[in-house]
Design a protein around this ligand. Structure first.
Ligand SMILES: Nc1nc2c(ncn2[C@@H]2O[C@H](COP(=O)(O)OP(=O)(O)O)[C@@H](O)[C@H]2O)c(=O)[nH]1
Ligand SMILES: [Mg+2]
Length: 164
C-alpha cells in the first residue's frame, strides 16, 4: 500500500495532537499531555478507490517551532498547518512554519486548518482572504466537536494523489 508521510505543523497548543487523536481514534481529551518526542500515528484512507496509508507525524512541546528540525519534515508528502482561531498570533507562526516547510520540501500540498471553531473566533477574515489570494486552501475544524476534521485529512490525502 502507498504510504504518505504528513507532518502536523503549528504553534504550541493550537490542537495538533487533538486533531490527530480525533481523526485516528475519534477521541477528544481536555487534558493536556506534553509528550516527549515525535508521535507517529497511521490511518488508512480510501480515496477514489485507492487505499493509502497516512503516516501522521506530530511534534509537541512549548518550543515546537524551534524543534522543527529537518528530520521531522524530511520525506513528507504534505503537511497540515494548524492555527488556533482564538489566537491570531498562531497564524503568524503557521506562516513561518510554512516557509520553513517549503524550504525543506518544495511546493508539496498543504492545508491550513483554523482549529477551535467551537470557540469564539478572533482571526480576522481579511487575514484569511489574503492567504486564500496566495492560493492557500483553508478549512475550519474543531477537534472538540469533530467538525471538519475527517474532511480535512481526506482533502489533504486527495491532494497527495493528484499529480503536482
Ligand atoms: N475548545 C477546543 N479546545 C481544543 C481544540 N483542539 C484542542 N483543544 C485544546 O487545546 C489544548 C491544546 O491542544 P493540543 O492538541 O495538545 O495542542 P498541540 O500543542 O498543538 O498539540 C488542549 O487543552 C486541548 O484540549 C478544539 O478544537 N476546541
Ligand atoms: Mg501536541
Amino acid at each position: 500500500m502507498v504510504q504518505k508521510k504528513i507532518c502536523m505543523l503549528g504553534a504550541f497548543a493550537v490542537g495538533k495532537t487533538s486533531l490527530v487523536a480525533r481523526y485516528v481514534h475519534s477521541i477528544f481529551s481536555e487534558k493536556y499531555h506534553t509528550t516527549i518526542g515525535v508521535k507517529i500515528d497511521k490511518k488508512v484512507v480510501e480515496i477514489d478507490g485507492h487505499a493509502i496509508s497516512l503516516v501522521l507525524w506530530d511534534l509537541y512541546g512549548e518550543d515546537a517551532f524551534l524543534r522543527v528540525q529537518p528530520f521531522y519534515l524530511r520525506g513528507s508528502s504534505g503537511y497540515l498547518l494548524v492555527a488556533d482561531g482564538t489566537r491570531p498570533e498562531t497564524l503568524e507562526i503557521a506562516q513561518s512554519l510554512h516557509q520553513r516547510a517549503q524550504e525543506e520540501l518544495g511546493p508539496v500540498p498543504f492545508l491550513l486548518l483554523v482549529n477551535k471553531r467551537d470557540l469564539p473566533q478572533s482571526i480576522p477574515e481579511a487575514k484569511l482572504d489574503e492567504l486564500r489570494a496566495l492560493g492557500w486552501a483553508i478549512r475550519f475544524t474543531s477537534a472538540k466537536t469533530g467538525e471538519g476534521v475527517e474532511e480535512s485529512f481526506e482533502a489533504l490525502a486527495q491532494r497527495l494523489l493528484q499529480p503536482a
